[in-house]
Design a protein around this ligand. Structure first.
Ligand code: TGC
Length: 395
């Protein structure tokens, strides 16, 4: 980012929308820490990393030291923060880049949550402290090359062979897999879907980054091959039986997206406001025209609604009252509106909007991935349709 976009440190949007007044001191502290991390450690190199398709691995232990990895979990070196604090961290990290919020989601909400919630105490002791510190990276292998919307149709299998499990199959779009130390692999067994902790050094495990992505380029997503991967019986997560195991981890990741996507939206809205104030056309700033002001006002309204919805869901989560359908409302709304805000911001920036001098096109490209993973718009519409009607329209 250069020029007018990079010289600002305070969000114009924050000046209008007093979110601070709705937060506790602790929540403001986490938000401030995440914003500083994003500003000082991610933003200076993000355009270059996005262009070069480079994942800045050295930031992982820094994220761990700051407490962002598995920050909503308790014990095992995790910070034990509240849901709103975690959401605010996701918002601030994604205001820099969706790839870094995705990292925190995959590591904390998916891989660590699976181990924390469903693992044996031995599994937790073995993996969680190193993952919380960022010494170790985890990935969550659910989606397959044949599709991600219907995990019940997964083709990966795990069969018993003596004291071992032998896993065969393939996974796709798996974040961090090529740098991960452990993969949480979901597979069909004779007793339904089960999860397995597979050290990525295990013979037969191979992860290959997907390098044709035009989105999330500062992040890593991979194809995984599992060819007769042999793990001991103790590698199975004892507490996860059936699809409710991986789905309950997806709930955590989707909750982070509800907040995170609003961070990307805020960054785009900020860029558009800055441009509207500075750019002169027909002898005056474009921000002095009614057409631009109407666009900015609509963008702000959707941003504020999105953040207030995220906050409401966070408060429900803290009371243990958040349902999967409510998370679907948030995921669907946040990503859809963030995409609209990013697209409007791109238009306000004119031709410069497609350059890397502003963060908008990068956010727009990233949000297309965010729209697709952890349940597409259509999946969340169908989850809500089922909740409203009691009728299943998936098939
Ligand atoms: P359904 O019959 O509805 O449910 C099967 C079992 O799961 C339970 N369940 C849930 N539990 C917790 N949270 C949820 N949100 C749950 N949704 C369902 C359900 O109660 C039942 O439990 P039980 O005990 O009775 O067996 O299952 P279905 O097959 O009809 O599901 C339909 C649908 C569409 C809701 C589900 O398939 C779905 O959510 N699909 C989207 C999956 C998705 O988001 N995939 C993308 C994942 S992203 C990825 O894999 C990459 S990892 C991230 C990265 O690395 O970047």
């Amino acid at each position: 980012m250069t020029g007018e976009a990079s010289s600002r440190r305070v969000s114009f949007v924050d000046e209008v929308f007093d979110l601070d007044g709705l937060l506790s001191d602790e929540e403001r502290g986490w938000q401030s820490k995440a914003r500083s991390f994003a500003t000082e450690r991610i933003l200076p190199t993000i355009e270059q990393d996005f262009e070069n398709q480079y994942f800045r691995r050295e930031l992982v232990p820094e994220l761990g030291a700051a407490g962002f990895l598995g920050m909503h979990l308790t014990g095992y070196g995790c910070a034990g923060a509240g849901a709103v604090s975690y959401g605010l961290a996701c918002l601030e990290l994604e205001a820099a880049d969706s790839g870094w919020r995705t990292f925190v989601s995959v590591q904390g909400s998916l891989a660590m949550t699976a181990i924390h919630r469903f693992g044996s105490d031995e599994q937790r002791q073995r993996w969680l402290p190193g993952m919380a510190s960022g010494s170790w990276v985890g990935c969550f292998a659910l989606t397959e090359p044949t599709g991600g919307s219907d995990p019940a149709g997964m083709l990966t299998t795990a069969r018993r062979d003596g004291d071992d499990w032998v896993i065969d199959g393939a996974k796709r779009w798996i974040g961090l897999a090529s740098i991960a130390d452990v993969a949480v692999v979901w597979a069909h067994t004779d007793a339904g879907v089960r999860g397995f902790l597979v050290p990525t050094s295990t013979t037969g495990f191979a992860a290959t980054p997907i390098d044709t992505k035009l989105s999330m380029r500062a992040s890593i997503q991979c194809d995984i091959r599992l060819d007769a991967v042999r793990v001991p019986y103790s590698a199975m997560l004892p507490g996860a039986r059936g699809l409710s195991g991986p789905f309950s981890c997806l709930n955590e990741a989707r909750f982070g997206i509800v907040w995170g996507a609003m961070g990307a939206a805020r960054s785009c809205l900020d860029a558009a406001i800055g441009r509207a104030r500075a750019r002169e056309v027909f002898g005056k700033p474009i921000g002095a025209t009614q057409l631009i002001q109407a666009k900015l006002a609509d963008m702000l309204v959707e941003y504020e609604k999105g953040v207030l919805l995220a906050l409401h869901l966070g408060r429900l989560k803290e009371r243990g009252a958040l349902t999967p359908a409510q998370i679907s409302v948030g995921k669907l709304n946040s990503v859809r509106e963030a995409l609209r805000i990013a697209s409007e911001a791109r238009a306000i920036l004119g031709g410069d909007g497609v350059t890397s001098e502003f963060p908008v096109m990068r956010h727009l490209a990233n949000l297309e991935s965010v729209r697709t993973y952890e349940g597409t718009d259509e999946i969340h519409q169908l989850i809500l349709g089922r909740a409203l009607t009691g009728l299943n329209a998936f098939a």
